[in-house]
Write a protein that binds this ligand. Sequence first.
Ligand SMILES: [Ca+2]
Length: 164
Amino acid sequence: MSVWTLGVILATASGPATADTAAVDDPVGDSTFVDVSRVRVAHRDAVTVRVRSAVPLAVGQRYSFWIDAGNGPNHHVAFSANAGFDDALGLVQAFSDRPSRFVPCPGLRARADIFEDKPVSIRVPRRCLGNPRRIRVAVRFKDETHSTVDWAPGRRTFGPWVEW
Ligand SMILES: [Ca+2]
């Protein structure tokens, strides 16, 4: 048993194909009023996405996330700072933000606080995504007052696959 355990540890430590986290830097200054600077994705019992903004969070900004679990429609979450939030995921085609339906997701968390210098973040339990082997994430910050947007990693583009 101890040999088997050791083998697993070595395989995990040396397996370059199985990352369970990813970080993508986004250019600073590529948008006004909203400006994503860094996206970190962790794929564990939950998918956690943390997004740094180069400008302060503010009222009128809307934060949208799409998760591709490789198994059908994308999962979508969108919310504003310091606002109410339903613990449900929208199912959407491609990068639409008009869900065809919602699925309840107990344990879903979304955070954006204009009074704290912390990342905008979501936490989505894996079971809500169908327990996928890998996922990838796209993020869009939008300033609804000035109609400016900043996508990460790029317009209607997903980041790298993140293995479980
Ligand atoms: Ca940016």
